[in-house]
Write a protein of this length. Structure first.
Length: 144
């Protein structure tokens, strides 16, 4: 199963966009699915349904940071490198989808409130399953 397919499967199981993308890479990050989805639980809906940065992009950033990030405060080259790879991922995502801002990707989605119920109608009108697939695919490409 590709990372795209795994991320989409996780999203269709009910995980938020960030959880789905990061969950597709939990083995590579040396994390359990449970610890990964817990760490990303507040990032759905563009950060707590504020409709800011798309959760799929937040999940992608989490994965890239875990696998390519730096761990010493003084590591300026490491900081520069991770920022560059994250920006590259965001640029690719934006080129493909027109934006990386949740409210722009989902023009009819309300800000705040309770999470939407995952029904057939939800999946018909939301592009999220494709967006998580795109983010996972981009992440995989950048990790190579």
């Amino acid at each position: 199963m590709t990372s795209r397919e795994r991320a989409q499967e996780l999203f269709l199981q009910g995980y938020n966009c960030a959880q789905a993308v990061a969950g597709a890479f939990c083995d590579e990050m040396g994390m359990t699915l449970e610890s990964t989805v817990r760490a990303l639980s507040g990032f759905g809906g563009g950060m707590g349904r504020l409709r800011e940065v798309c959760g799929a992009c937040s999940g992608m950033t989490f994965v890239l940071s875990n696998l390519k990030g730096y761990d010493k405060a003084e590591d300026q080259e490491g900081k520069k490198a991770i920022y560059e790879i994250v920006r590259k991922g965001m640029e690719i995502f934006k080129e493909k989808n027109g934006s990386y801002i949740c409210r722009e990707l989902l023009d009819d989605a309300p800000v705040g409130g309770d999470p939407a119920q995952r029904t057939g109608k939800y999946y018909e009108k939301r592009p999220c399953v494709e967006l998580v697939g795109d983010a996972a695919e981009i992440c995989e490409q950048l990790l190579k």
